[in-house]
Design a binder for this molecule. Structure first.
Ligand SMILES: [Zn+2]
Length: 242
């Protein structure tokens, strides 16, 4: 067993990489130190696992899995977190400052247990991927669709929009937080907060995709009663599906 581990470790160690005679500009060469660190980490973990299980059947030890996981963490550290932080700082500066106080392991653990649709809604929201006119620059719904006439039709506003979240509050059986980071499930995430976010997401996109003229008429006339009525039906139906 020890020989198998030693061979695996040496295969990925510095002399082995040099023996491959890779061009110095190659990706592997540039990341050689990171790969060495990953190799040592994977090797230590494999040895630890072997000691715990006291096994003499090396073919059953998932060497490749350990090395793959270690390499991934070294070469792409927190890539998803970096992307989210960049989007949050660009799009939601007024809601998410300062970002450095956020413990990203909390939403990461939470999302692993969430539904696929819930996780999709989370990522589409934190990455500013709602179909808002402010993002599309389509000019069709420049101001808020729910009655805040002084506000742009942007996701930054919709995350705090009283018209939209008032619908969520009335349709949902769960507490609706005033804290945007909690609404986003970035701090203190819970299935209830995610369900509320799903309702808000569903109301906006259902209205925007199938009742655009209704929204445009409301913005033009300043009368949002019909929008609130249709939005409430959508919100209740979304809440019942949770
Ligand atoms: Zn609004």
């Amino acid at each position: 067993m020890a020989l198998v581990l030693k061979a695996a470790f040496e295969h990925f160690s510095c002399p082995a990489v040099e023996a491959l005679n890779l061009p110095k500009s190659s990706f592997l060469w540039r990341n050689r130190e990171a790969l060495e660190r990953a190799s040592r980490k994977a090797h230590a973990e494999l040895e630890s696992q072997a000691r715990r299980h006291n096994t003499r059947t090396p073919q059953k030890v998932p060497c490749q899995k350990h090395f793959y996981k270690a390499f991934l963490q070294e070469l792409y550290p927190d890539a998803c977190v970096k992307l989210i932080e960049r989007r949050l700082s660009q799009t939601y500066a007024r809601h998410c400052n300062p970002l450095q106080l956020i413990d990203w392991t909390v939403p990461q653990k939470f999302l692993r247990k969430s539904s696929q649709f819930g996780a999709m809604v989370f990522f589409k929201t934190v990455c500013n991927s709602w179909t808002c006119s402010a993002r599309y620059h389509d000019g069709r719904l420049a101001s808020c669709a729910f009655g805040c006439t002084a506000e742009r039709g942007s996701l930054e506003h919709y995350l705090a929009c009283q018209g939209l979240w008032g619908l969520v509050h009335r349709a949902s059986a769960h507490f609706v937080s005033d804290n945007v980071l909690q609404r986003l499930c970035i701090i203190e995430p819970s299935p209830n907060h995610l369900n509320n976010l799903i309702i808000a997401y569903t109301v906006y996109h259902s209205l925007k995709s199938s009742r655009l003229q209704l929204l445009c008429d409301a913005v033009a006339t300043g009368n949002f009663d019909h929008v609130q009525g249709v939005g409430m039906d959508i919100a209740r139906a979304a809440a019942e599906r949770q």
